[in-house]
Design a protein around this ligand. Sequence first.
Ligand code: KG4
Ligand code: ZN
Length: 343
Amino acid sequence: MLALGIETSCDETAAALVRDGLEVVAGVVHSQDELHCRFGGVVPELAGRAHVEKIDAVLRAALDKAGLGRADLDCVAVTNRPGLVGSLVVGLTAAKMLALAWNLPLVGVNHIHAHLYAARMAEPDFEYPAAGLVVSGGHTALYAARDAMTYEYLGGTIDDAAGETFDKVAALLRLGYPGGPRIDKLAKAGNRDAVTFPRSFLQDASDLQFSFSGLKTSVLYAAMGEYGPRNDAALDAIPDERKADLAASFQEALVDVLVVKLLRAARKIGAKTAVIGGGVACNSRLRERLREDGAAAGLRVVIPPPAHCTDNAVMIAGLGGALFAAGHRDDLATLDAMPKMNG
Ligand code: KG4
Ligand code: ZN
């Protein structure tokens, strides 16, 4: 069973072919990072337009790469929630057109659930229930995965997302966009004990919410430090060594919270496995800490390869294919783009 997956929920235009929900046949991702970097974040209007420009070429590239076409396909899977509405509609419209023209069933996929399903594709034999953490530019949330297709929300951020926090801290350290990978790299040269930044919501052992806006402000104050009041010149003047220490200390505080809460969620639901997904799941310190602390807690830890952590269509074709095999179908007339999560 071969699924064509389409993903356009944020700033990646992606298409992929996946067999039986697990086997990657082809995947193509076009990133808009270059378009948005001078604004320091994704500009929704520009993202939607850029998807329109690229969607045809990306779809064609995925099919060409696989050397496959209409006759080989069993369904079209598409991200229809959550995301930027002007971006979602581009992929959804393309998916509906293909489903109609090629007379194929259509399956709408939840992007967040797909980030967690990516772990299933990496290691299909892990045991459920699993505790899942999705950490990206727009989301930071914990889930109980009952099986590969059923995800129940346990808690999430009440302000900034983890990736957004990485990006904002990188901006104030003058590292450029997207900030996560740059902080990750710079942190390797710094001392993670240089500054003790606040770990939010760690006191109450049952709390599964996150808050990162205080951490971001603490980094700003520490960055200004002896270099003067908040102004661009003060931030421009931070020496490289100090930047590395701030990056390492900030990353440690954020990773600490993510790992503690994921393990807390795992305990709460009696999980056998802990999985992560989303762009921040590429972070080398998060991967290392989760492997160590997860093993110490007696959990199997499953982390997808970095290319399947950032936005991609492989995870959409994977989960869409699994849903299709389980009998799931969506209606061309009623499947809508939904910007919000709704579970
Ligand atoms: O999942 P994703 O590609 O797009 C969204 O749905 O948001 O995640 C992008 C986010 C960005 O905020 C980026 O800075 C962050 O993931 N990111 C990282 C790393 N690689 C990407 N954050 C920390 N460390 C990384 N190595
Ligand atoms: Zn994502």
